[in-house]
Design a protein around this ligand. Sequence first.
Ligand SMILES: [Zn+2]
Length: 111
Amino acid sequence: MTLMRTLRMESVPVTVNGRAAVTELPVIPADATPALAEGLRRRRVAGTLGRCPCGAVRPAPTAVQDAAAEQGTAHMPFPHKADCPAHDGLLGPELAAWQRKGGARRGAQAR
Ligand SMILES: [Zn+2]
């Protein structure tokens, strides 16, 4: 049996394409490594501002995403640069390591 921690998420109101919506943003864990913290920080910046320090900008929503945003549930992919700490290729392994480490050291968090 493997105990895995999961990131806490919080709902944050944002404006997408001029409309009010709510997005889920990761809460940065207190014991995150610097790389994990930076990746998550950038995810939060990108999610709220629509722009990441790596230069990526939220793409214009498709008609389907636009309709979803209208209902307040926008899920938009974000094209981070490959060397951005928020890119899946870099953030994914950091997050996986954090989840495993927490499970072995302190047991699973309340869930
Ligand atoms: Zn980025």
